[in-house]
Structures are given as structure tokens and as C-alpha cells.
Write a protein that binds this ligand. Structure first.
Ligand SMILES: NC(=O)c1ccc[n+]([C@@H]2O[C@H](COP(=O)([O-])OP(=O)(O)OC[C@H]3O[C@@H](n4cnc5c(N)ncnc54)[C@H](OP(=O)(O)O)[C@@H]3O)[C@@H](O)[C@H]2O)c1
Ligand SMILES: N[C@@H](CCO)C(=O)O
Ligand code: NA
Length: 371
């Protein structure tokens, strides 16, 4: 029996979106790409036939393909109606960090459109949205996969879900959850003090250049990205965390720069003014060195105590966390079954290719269930 056709909409063609489209173009039996959008532009396969589809490997030139329909930004209702009218099941891949799009997941899911995404906003905002997303998926018999919302492509969400679903008792989750902050501290405050002496702001610019940061790097530096990841994991572990603001978060943003606007101009101003505050981070690094330690940005969830913590901590130089390299994350799951030796997941936790891997693998899981 031949596989049923599945139709695909993709929103966002930045660092992750571009890498995802490359991976999509190499799949042996990809779904039919019928919608591709960025913030101001949408490409569509002409309805009602929904053919020809957009070639994911040539998406950049699809703009000049006469048979493809071009439009500006579409509303959520227009996208939902277009995808749900396709002659088969459909999946929406959200490769943006847009909270408004994330808050519309219930609309898509109720119409039977499955969601695959690395966008944390839907799963880490108010608890009511989290509940609405999963209730809507049940109502629309649609699927939700979001592996890359924590640890990029590393199997973090799937591992935790497997632990919970098989009846293990997760007591504690801890580690380094930010690829950006891992990279920043590994370079800025290496274990060997003969390492780099690059100022903090220069390493921040490098992390942005490498595609590790959130579209707005302040979302990494203010601890919110880590807080969102911990909110997601805590909810899967069974805690009703109301929002990522429910627990204290240590911010690395100088207070003088905290009120710059969340616009492209605000990001630019922040990056330009950050070098003026390098001495604050140098002091933190040197204080740790005086104690023979290194400083790292970590998070933890104590499940029985219902306690989530996010912030700087000092580590011995021979500890696993101090020894991380590049943008690596390390996430330790302490459970009843695993006892004193936690189940540990470690590897690159940011970057277009590794994040897209998690998105593409999620899409394959969805396809297996939809075809
Ligand atoms: N980068 C990583 O290492 C990493 C790791 C894990 C998770 N993530 C998550 O992956 C997502 C994408 O990250 P990225 O680094 O690829 O970001 P990015 O390079 O800034 O790309 C964002 C893309 O989304 C588009 N976009 C934003 N809002 C939109 C809207 N309302 N409608 C249509 N398109 C919209 C942008 O359009 P324009 O092209 O028109 O600007 C751009 O193409 C984020 O949620 C991020 O948190 C990233
Ligand atoms: N900006 C995030 C991307 C992965 O979610 C990080 O650095 O970890
Ligand atoms: Na992951």
C-alpha cells in the first residue's frame, strides 16, 4: 500500500529554517512542501490542486517560479484554512521564535494540523497555553513534537518522556541548558587560565555570529532561554509551573542596558554598548579563579521540592560541567531507577544544523504516524 500524502507548511527560514530545508531536501520520501513563509513573504502551491509543491532544495529561487503563488504575510486563520483544506493530513513546522504564532498552535491543532517546532514559546509561556495545546491536539487528532525546544537536537524531551511514560520517578534534572552560555563561559573562563583572554562582549558577538544565540541575544543573557527550557522539562516531569517568571532567574544583562527596546535597533544598540560593561563579567570570572574554581551558568529542577533554579554557580575545575567544550549542553536525569548514577545526555546544544536535526527527526516521527 502506498503512503498517504502529507502536506507541509514551513514558517521561518533563518539559521534553523535554512538547515531544516536542506535536510528536508535530502529525505527519501519527503512530505509535499506547499507553504513557505518568512516575516513578510509567503510562497504557496496554488489551491485547490496544491500542486506543484515547492522544492525545498531550491526554496530561494521558488520566488521566481511562475507556477508558485506569492503573497505577503498571511494571518493565522488564512494559514490554518489553507493547510487544513489540502487533500491529506498536514504538518506545520514553526522555525520562528514568534510568541504570537506559538499562541495560535491550538487553532492549527484543532483543525487537524500537526505541529513540529524548535520554538520554545508555546510550551514555556503561561500554563494555560501548554494545557490548551495538548487538549487541542487530542481534539483534532493531531500531533505535537518539540524536541529541539530543549538541548537543540539532543534527545532530551524524548528521554524525559520515556522515563515518565515507563513509570520511572524523576527526582532531579540539572545541568547546562544553554548552548550560548556554555560557549560564552567555556571561552571566556576556560579551565586553564592560559586560555583565551577575549573580553566578554567579544565572545557574545562571536556566539551571535555562529548562530547559537536566540534571534535577540538578550534572551540568552537574561537567563530567560534557560528558564523556558526548565519550565518545559518541569512540566513534562509533572510540575504545574505557571510561567518561566515563577522562579528567580539570574540575569547577565547590565542593569544600564536592561531597558533597551526589543527591536532590531535595540539589539544593535545593546551589542554596541556591551563592551562598556566587560569589567563586570571579568570581576565574576576573577572571583571564581581566586577560589580555584570556574563559573558556569546552570539550571536545576528538584521535583519533590517543586523548586526550579537558574543562575551562576562555581565548579571545581575537574568537574564534568567545567570540562564542557564549545556550545555543549549536559543534562543529568536523576531517577528512582537510575539511582545515584544519573542518565546523562551531552553534546552540542545550539547551532542551525544540530537544531534542524531535531526538527527533521520529529517530522519523520510525525510522518510515520500520519501516513
Ligand atoms: N539557533 C539555535 O541554535 C537554536 C537552537 C534551538 C532552538 N532554536 C529555536 O529555533 C527557532 C529559530 O531560530 P533561528 O536561530 O533560526 O532564528 P532566526 O535565524 O532569527 O530566524 C527566524 C526566522 O523566522 C522568521 N519569522 C519570525 N517571525 C515570523 C513570523 N511571525 N512569520 C513568519 N516568519 C517569521 C524570520 O523571518 P525573516 O527571514 O523575514 O526575518 C526568520 O526567517 C527559535 O525559536 C529558536 O529559539 C534555535
Ligand atoms: N539560544 C539557545 C538556542 C538553543 O535553544 C541556546 O543558546 O541554547
Ligand atoms: Na532536544
Amino acid at each position: 500500500m502506498s503512503a498517504k500524502p502529507v502536506y507541509l507548511g514551513v514558517i521561518g527560514v533563518g539559521g534553523v529554517g535554512t538547515a531544516f530545508l536542506n535536510q528536508l531536501s535530502r529525505l527519501p520520501s519527503p512530505p509535499q512542501l506547499i507553504l513557505l513563509a518568512r516575516s513578510t513573504q509567503t510562497l504557496l502551491s496554488p489551491a485547490p490542486a496544491y500542486t506543484p509543491s515547492i522544492a525545498p532544495g531550491d526554496w530561494a529561487t521558488a520566488q521566481s517560479t511562475p507556477s508558485i503563488t506569492k503573497a505577503g504575510a498571511l494571518s493565522v486563520d488564512e494559514i490554518a484554512s489553507y493547510l487544513s483544506s489540502a487533500p491529506g493530513r498536514s504538518v506545520l513546522v514553526d522555525n520562528t521564535s514568534d510568541p504570537a504564532l506559538a499562541s495560535a498552535y491550538p487553532t492549527f491543532l484543532k483543525k487537524g494540523i500537526s505541529i513540529v517546532t524548535p520554538n520554545k514559546k508555546g510550551f514555556s509561556s503561561d500554563l494555560s497555553l501548554w494545557k490548551d495545546i495538548f487538549a487541542s491536539a487530542a481534539q483534532g487528532s493531531s500531533l505535537v513534537y518539540h524536541e529541539s525546544t530543549v538541548g537543540a537536537g539532543l534527545p532530551v524531551i524524548s528521554t524525559l518522556k520515556d522515563l515518565v511514560a515507563t513509570g520511572d520517578e524523576v527526582t532531579r534534572i540539572e545541568g547546562v541548558f544553554s548552548g550560548t552560555l556554555s560557549f560564552l563561559f567555556n571561552i571566556f573562563a576556560p579551565v586553564s587560565s592560559s586560555g583565551s583572554s577575549a573580553p566578554w562582549s567579544q565572545v557574545v558577538a562571536q556566539a551571535k555570529e555562529l548562530g547559537y544565540t536566540e534571534p535577540d541575544p538578550r534572551d540568552d543573557l537574561n537567563g530567560m532561554d534557560v528558564a523556558r527550557k526548565l519550565t518545559i522539562l518541569a512540566r513534562i516531569a509533572g510540575l504545574d509551573v505557571q510561567s518561566p517568571e515563577s522562579f528567580p532567574i539570574e540575569s547577565l544583562i547590565p542593569s544600564e542596558l536592561a531597558s533597551l527596546p526589543s527591536t532590531p535597533d535595540g539589539i544593535q544598540q545593546f551589542m554596541t554598548r556591551l563592551p562598556g560593561f566587560d569589567s563586570q563579567m571579568t570581576r565574576i570570572k576573577e572571583d571564581a579563579e581566586k577560589n580555584g574554581k570556574v563559573v558556569r551558568y546552570v539550571g536545576s529542577i528538584d521535583v519533590p521540592k517543586k523548586e526550579v533554579k537558574v543562575g551562576l554557580q562555581l565548579f571545581d575545575k575537574d568537574s564534568a560541567i567545567a570540562g564542557l567544550k564549545g556550545s555543549d549542553n549536559i543534562i543529568s536525569f536523576y531517577t528512582k531507577r537510575y539511582g545515584a548514577n544519573p542518565l546523562i545526555v551531552q553534546g552540542a546544544g545550539a547551532g542551525g544544523d544540530v537544531t534542524a536535526m531535531g526538527v527533521t527527526a520529529d517530522l519523520l516521527k510525525a510522518l510515520e504516524r500520519l501516513r
